[in-house]
Write a protein that binds this ligand. Structure first.
Ligand code: NAD
Length: 482
């Protein structure tokens, strides 16, 4: 049975409101392409109202700003309790709206609980330093919230990214305006209801559904927004960086795309490497920024590895994401579905060997078979561009030096991985690879204590980890004459 859709309006000052224009837009189910709800469509006028609410809530004498840091942490924990209480519903709703596996969503939400607790624990630890300054001065630093933060989300992890960003900004003492991706507004709105129920003062969290070029742009150009935290494509990330530079020099944190290399050495344990490599690229139907989309396999094990990878992909069970036995669901929407099929055609045309999948699955919805290409070369489009779909591209290499050069020969730098039983190889790779995350004999292992972000075009700043809260804080130096 389809989950009930309770919230479709904009969320401003803890109230559900229609957009000023009265316009709505449809949101669909990736399973069959049907329209599942019409959602209020915010644009500049609504962004102005939401930012004004967030600005009022940030005033130095507001209820929010007068809370102790530990009270902010307690409110975040209360939100965590409500997320746990409603996790079954949130998982069903998100799966319904973005096509992610219901079983995977449940795991996500249990992991995000740990993340919320961790972030809540940071709220009262934003402490400054005392500084041994020259002369007769007593100097110290204060860490203070930067102001109103605009949080712009993608569609591939709507609730997890909502909670990551919102909780971190709130732990720092900021107020926020969230813009969910237009493809997947529903879980962000359900989380808005939990924010109000948890008891956050009005205006602290506001949510504006809408399109990137209207609501998104209005936020990134707004004079009262001090900080933008964005997760999405490199293309839009660069636009946001420009908008931030041109409008009050807003602070930015950009978590962008990737074309992450995963290296399998001759000495790797193939029983581990084959499934990890497959999950590394097929997880969430390939719609993951850290997807292991360039799989470099050393020549001594290449044929054996390819054979096992093809077998693995062919045995993945495709189906309705709401079925707990399904291992592979649909792409998020028709645009992404066509884009991914276009990349598969390019791979075939440019001479890569398509050994598994390579086609649409079924006749309705946006399903694509897990696809394996072998004999991919560095110059092929599927080896260079982020596909964001279930396409494993396998490239052959001879030596470690060669693979390091080739793995780094990209404008991206989000994640990377290596399977090897030689500790020295693992350490050399970890030192020289240009990526924000390195996984050794594993892939996709994430925890809230570890910083996450990209080198090069994959982004600026770090989310998660002990210092994630600093993304939302200004440091003020105070010098007192003695
Ligand atoms: P996208 O860049 O198209 O959209 C992301 C968000 O930006 C949406 O909310 C959209 O409405 C908004 N937006 C679009 N144009 C805008 C503009 N001009 N101004 C302001 N906002 C605008 O990305 P997507 O297709 O939703 O997501 C997929 C991309 O996200 C992939 O490249 C993926 O790698 C990346 N991603 C990165 C991470 C990470 O943590 N590094 C995580 C998930 C996804």
């Amino acid at each position: 049975m389809a989950p009930q859709i309770k919230y479709t309006k904009l969320f401003i000052d803890n109230e559900w409101v229609d957009s000023v224009s009265g316009k709505t837009f449809p949101t669909t189910s990736p399973h069959d392409g049907s329209v599942i709800a019409h959602v209020s469509e915010g644009d500049k006028a609504d962004v102005d109202l939401a930012v004004a609410a967030a600005k009022r809530a940030f005033h130095r004498n507001s209820e929010w700003r007068l809370l102790d840091a530990s009270e902010r942490g307690a409110l975040i924990n209360k939100l965590g309790d409500l997320v746990v209480r409603d996790s079954q519903y949130l998982a069903e709703l998100e799966s319904y709206n973005n096509g992610g596996l219901l079983s995977g969503m449940k795991l996500y939400l249990s992991n995000i609980n740990k993340t919320i607790r961790y972030i809540a624990s940071l709220a009262d630890k934003a402490q400054g330093d005392t500084i041994p300054a020259d002369g007769e001065l007593f100097s110290y630093t204060l860490k203070q919230p930067v102001g109103v933060a605009a949080l712009i989300l993608p569609w591939n992890g709507p609730s997890v990214l909502f909670l990551w960003k919102v909780c971190t900004a709130l732990a720092a003492g900021c107020t926020v305006v969230v813009k969910p991706a237009e493809q997947t507004p529903l879980t962000a709105l359900a989380l808005g209801a939990l924010v109000a129920e948890a008891g956050f003062p009005k205006g602290v969290v506001n949510i504006i559904n809408g399109y990137g070029v209207t609501a998104g742009e209005a936020l990134t150009h707004h004079p009262d927004v001090a900080k933008i935290s964005f997760t999405g494509s490199v293309e839009v990330g660069k636009l946001i960086q420009q908008a931030a530079g041109a409008n009050n020099l807003k602070r930015v944190c950009l978590e962008l795309g990737g074309k992450s290399p995963l290296v399998i050495m001759n000495d790797a344990d193939l029983n581990l490497a084959v499934p990890y490599a497959a999950n590394g690229v097929f997880f969430n139907q390939g719609q993951a920024c850290v997807a292991a989309s360039r799989l470099f396999v050393q020549s001594g094990i290449y044929d054996k590895f390819v054979e096992a990878a093809v077998k693995y992909a062919q045995n993945i069970k495709i189906g309705n994401p709401a079925d707990p036995t399904t291992q592979h669901g649909p792409q998020v929407d028709e645009v992404m579905f066509k884009k991914v099929l276009g990349y598969i055609e390019k791979g075939k045309k440019e001479g890569a060997k398509c050994l598994a999948g390579g086609r649409r699955f079924g006749t309705t919805g946006y399903y694509i078979e897990p696809t394996v290409f072998a004999d991919v070369t560095d110059d092929m489009t599927i080896a260079k561009e982020e596909i964001f779909g279930p396409v494993q591209s396998i490239l052959k290499f001879e030596t470690f030096e060669e693979v390091l050069e080739r793995a780094n020969n990209t404008s991206y730098g989000l994640a990377s991985g290596i399977f090897t039983t030689n500790v020295n190889t693992a350490l050399q790779f970890s030192k020289h690879i240009e990526a924000g995350t390195v996984w050794v004999n594993t892939y996709f292992a994430m925890n809230p204590q570890t910083p996450f972000g990209g080198f090069k075009d994959s982004g600026i700043g770090r989310e998660s980890g002990l210092h994630s809260i600093d993304e939302y804080l200004e440091v003020k130096s105070v010098a007192i004459a003695l």
